[in-house]
Design a protein around this ligand. Structure first.
Ligand SMILES: Cc1ncc(COP(=O)(O)O)c(C=O)c1O
Length: 359
């Protein structure tokens, strides 16, 4: 895959919107930074790479993405380190997943050089939008969607890549009360669950809305055949401390391979906190763990939250409660380690930090 444009043109805003943002009260995704990166794909080439003021775009109502769902995205973060540098966390891993998602949706890959240059240039142009460590992080949302305007059902020949960013505050949701889903599925094996494509999210709204009406915060997704084995929680991967081991569902075509999942499993193994297992986990096993007192932690993992504690799992008509995670819990140990590494307070032996050079 090639790019016709080796340089990125930059059109800066006339007036920044940053003074209207209260960095002490950042709601997730509410404020978008001043600029966005845009590139267009046609005839096998990504063209016209540009940074422009963030704003509305015009597309034909016939663009194929709106009708047939060729739309794929990513979610990653940039951190302000203790020494004031900007650190984009594991961008190559996010690009690898973006390209896997694109492949699953018959969409063209984004070349590494284009992606990395785009990210670095955009974050550099909007450097003032990266919050200080105590206030939060800069969420980065790359999006690729089909732009060919044509009504017939077909794979698009044209696409647009947009990267937008948004300053977000620290994650503060209360521990989840979960409903085990035994009617709907997020995706099925062989479906698109391992791709970060738009349809997976739209399809999850309805079951999630029902769960909320029933008094739950999120869904514990189970397999599509028997609703017996656990896939994930809400829009996150899920982990349990069960019988003194960290266990998480092994990856399948129904599960998105979380970058946070990978970071946490790597840290838990290398910190030697406890054995780690990636395998099938049944609802019965979780229930048994509650009854025997061997299930000591349960949490979701994802870029937005790092770890999101689970307080209650509702199984077969009963609420099973999980004790609050203390400072020696696995989830808080790995969370602290990960945060310290990203803020440059501890060494990063994995090369996960990508420090943005100032222009
Ligand atoms: C369905 C789903 N699973 C898992 C994750 C966690 O992935 P990550 O840790 O890369 O944010 C996400 C969030 O992107 C998600 O949408």
């Amino acid at each position: 895959m090639s790019t016709a444009t080796s340089t990125i043109s930059v059109e800066r805003v006339k007036q920044s919107r940053i003074s209207s943002v209260d960095f002490k009260k950042l709601e997730f995704g509410h404020h978008l930074a001043d600029h966005m990166f845009v590139a267009d794909y046609d005839k096998g080439v990504w063209n016209d790479a540009r940074i422009v003021p963030f704003g509305d775009i015009t597309v034909s109502p016939a663009v194929l993405s709106l009708h047939y769902g060729q739309s794929v995205f990513e979610g990653m973060k940039a951190f302000r380190t203790a020494s004031g540098e900007i650190n984009i966390f594991r961008p190559q891993k996010h690009l690898a997943r973006l390209n896997q998602s694109l492949d699953r949706m018959c969409m063209p890959p984004v070349p590494e050089e284009l992606f990395m240059t785009a990210l670095e240039s955009l974050v550099d142009v909007d450097a003032d939008w990266v919050p200080n460590a105590e206030d939060g992080t800069l969420y980065i949302r790359p999006l690729v969607f089909a732009t060919e305007a044509r009504l017939g059902v077909k794979v698009s020949d044209q696409y647009r890549l947009i990267i937008m960013t948004s300053p977000v505050g620290p994650y503060q949701a209360k521990p989840y009360r979960l409903k085990v889903e035994n009617r709907f599925v997020r995706t099925a094996e062989g479906g698109t669950g391992s791709a970060k494509c738009a349809g997976n999210y739209g399809g999850a709204f309805y079951p999630t809305q029902i769960a909320r009406q029933e008094g739950f915060d999120q869904i514990l997704w189970t397999d599509h055949k028997e609703h017996k084995y656990i896939d994930g929680v809400g829009m996150m991967n899920v982990m349990f401390v069960l019988g003194g081991k960290l266990v998480t569902p092994k990856l399948s075509s129904a599960i998105l391979e979380g970058v946070t999942r990978d970071s946490i499993l790597t840290l838990a193994r290398d910190m030697n906190i406890m054995p780690v297992e990636e395998r099938r986990i049944s609802i019965d096993e979780v229930k048994d763990g509650f009854l025997k007192g061997t299930l000591t932690e349960a949490f979701g993992t994802g870029t937005a939250a790092v770890v999101a504690p689970i307080a209650v799992i509702h199984i077969d008509g009963e609420d099973y409660e999980i004790p609050e995670a203390g400072p020696t819990s696995l989830q808080l140990q790995v969370k602290e380690k990960l945060n310290n590494m990203r803020l440059g307070l501890e060494p990063d032996p994995y090369g996960w930090n990508h420090i943005v050079k100032k222009s």
